[in-house]
Design a protein. Structure first.
Length: 599
């Protein structure tokens, strides 16, 4: 990689503000634009792009995405077998606003949507035409960098570096042949650095997601980009960065370890940081030689009814609500694109709003001849599960078994949908299956949707209770990079530290923690014949019962299980109670005693 001349962003942000102030879009509504568009599907080995823009222009983006993935693989350790990413590349702001329901579509160019149906990228391609530097493409590259790092890394990156490296990678450009360039400053960061000072170094190094105000977040992105740029393009500083990240992952102080890794006192380092350029930055170019470059690009027009049904389903699973969907469906019917499949998306939206009676009414209006279609089975099974979970009284095993069988059928029809595996795991847990059995289903959901917080959070807790140190670390690190709730971060960090230090089956390592760890720390202090029983369900909710100074271990076990069961019923935790510890020893999960077995 060779160094090139300086890149100067200048004062173009004034021009940008003027353009955005005078720019206005007239014509059809966002719903009309979506339904009246011609839609295309562009596919490569790792990406599926759905667009209402020129397929020729999107083909170029698809090729660059494959190149970017190959380029990123040089620097990021990610799992090569990740699911194909679906990208909705929309022709203009109207389409983007209708697709996402984003009221700030004038200021938003793109986003990632992480759902139990997988991760999706949505972007406004017209953003390219009004701002220099191709910001829509940059947004996509930035978020895809996060997708790669969150999904397959065992390293927890500091907040500033996680955003900084994503910003550096966002400006990768590819030439007509095999050339690439990297390191130009993104448009937004140029504006931030021009208008304001950098974030103080100590504050930058110690910031975590959720700890900053919105303007401070902008400063972190810009300063993180600047510091990352300074570190990674110099071989010695890059080595120091590697040492720093290793120390950070062992729990070292983020400020002093940074100074130690670079071999400079903090005051000297702070002065160097303040003197970093704000307007002129070196960027670099090189040759990208791709081994066995795939020629798998294919383009085909989508049937309008198929595209409209897919849009409606996306709106439903991303929580846009029944009101927005009804407007969309009403106009689709006016244009004679009506179908029962659109109603199934309305069912999902009603379930998200916990309007189960309305969901059942809509389902009842769909003719029986469609009841074997996958889209109907998905909506009806989700409605049945949600209705049963909302009940406060005892479960109906027969209905849950029926729900279980329907999810098995859905998985057999399309096993790539993570929600089917996740909801099957919930069903199996409620039915009282052993932890090993329903965790196998949960693992399949996680492998298909590692960035969905509900799936990852539940899976992390189950791995913690199973004392699966290696997998727990794999799941927890991406969660820590995403978590914005401080309580959740502290809980995950304490569990990660505890499970890393665990030896044998002693309960001693469970001390001085929060959440589950705090509970087990209290148990450790009990004396005599004692036992601990725990129930943890898919929401992350848990209850426990314990007994100390019993006459014998068998009695302690039984009383602990009974106490746990009383709490489970009171707080409506759906999992069964099972022994977690007997005396000073943790119980083998596969041999844990329970109050009832799988039905």
């Amino acid at each position: 990689m060779k160094k090139l001349k300086n890149f100067q962003p200048g004062n173009f942000y004034i021009f940008i503000c003027i353009v955005l102030a005078v720019l206005s879009i007239f014509g059809c509504t966002s719903t009309e634009k979506l339904i009246n568009s011609d839609w295309y599907e562009v596919e490569t080995e790792h990406f599926r792009i759905v667009t209402n823009d020129s397929p020729r222009r999107v083909n170029k983006l698809a090729v660059d995405l494959e190149r970017f993935r190959y380029f990123a693989q040089r620097y990021i350790n990610f799992s090569p077998d990740q699911q194909k990413l679906t990208i909705y590349a929309l022709s203009d702001r109207r389409s983007f606003e209708g697709f996402t329901g984003d009221g700030n579509a004038r200021r938003t160019i793109g986003r990632f949507q992480n759902t139990s149906h997988g991760s999706f990228a949505v972007m406004n391609l017209k953003g390219n035409r009004y701002l220099p530097g191709n910001p829509a493409r940059q947004t996509l590259f930035h978020e895809y960098t996060h997708f790669l790092t969150y999904s397959g890394s065992q390293h927890n990156y500091p907040y500033w570096f996680s955003e900084g490296i994503a910003e550096v990678f966002s400006t990768v450009e590819f030439g007509e042949n095999k050339e690439f360039s990297v390191g130009k400053i993104p448009v937004d960061r140029a504006i931030s650095l021009h208008r304001a000072d950098e974030m103080p170094l100590e504050k930058l190094l110690t910031a975590v997601p959720g700890s900053l105000k919105s303007k401070e977040v902008e400063a972190l992105y810009a300063s993180g980009w600047m510091l990352t740029h300074w570190l990674i393009f110099d071989s010695e500083r890059n080595k120091a960065l590697g040492k720093y990240l290793e120390a950070y992952n062992t729990g070292a102080d983020p400020v002093s370890s940074f100074s130690t890794a670079l071999g400079l006192p903090l005051d000297v380092l702070n002065n160097k940081y303040k003197e970093l350029p704000k307007k002129e930055f070196n960027y670099f170019e090189g040759e990208l030689v791709i081994d066995n470059e795939s020629e798998s690009l294919s383009t085909r027009p989508l049937n309008n009814s198929q595209a409209i049904a897919e849009i409606a389903h996306f709106m439903a699973i991303t929580g846009q609500g029944t009101e927005a969907l009804e407007k969309f469906i009403t106009y689709a019917e006016k244009k004679q694109f009506s179908s029962p499949e659109l109603k199934s998306s309305l069912v999902i939206a009603a379930i998200e709003e916990e309007d189960f009676s309305r969901a059942r009414e809509i389902l009842a209006s769909i003719p029986e001849k469609y009841h074997r279609e996958v889209w109907y089975l998905e909506a009806s099974t989700k409605a049945a599960l949600s209705t049963q979970l909302a009940r406060s009284e005892d479960i109906d095993p027969a209905k849950f078994k029926n729900i279980r069988d329907h999810y098995v059928e859905l998985i057999n029809s399309n096993g790539d949908v993570p929600a089917y595996w996740y909801e099957l795991a919930i069903t199996m847990q409620v039915l009282g299956y052993p932890r090993q059995k329903y965790t196998e289903m949960l693992e399949q959901a996680y492998l298909r949707a590692p960035r969905d917080p509900d799936i990852a959070w539940w899976y992390a807790h189950e791995l913690y209770l199973n004392r699966d140190r290696e997998l727990f670390s794999l799941v927890t690190q991406p969660l820590l990079m995403q978590a914005t709730n401080q309580e959740s971060r502290v809980n995950l960090q304490s569990m990660a530290k505890e499970i890393e230090q665990a030896e044998g089956t002693s309960a001693d390592w469970l001390a001085n923690s929060s959440g589950l760890g705090q509970l087990l720390s209290q148990y450790r202090k009990l004396s005599g014949s004692k036992a601990l029983a725990i129930a943890l369900d898919y929401r992350g909710a848990f209850v426990a019962g314990y007994m100390e100074q019993s006459t014998n271990q068998s009695e302690a076990n039984q009383i602990a299980l009974q106490a746990c069961e009383e709490q489970r019923i009171k707080y409506q935790v759906r999992d069964r109670c099972e022994l977690y510890a007997e005396g000073e020893l943790l119980v083998d999960p596969s041999k844990a005693a329970t109050l009832f077995s799988a039905k």
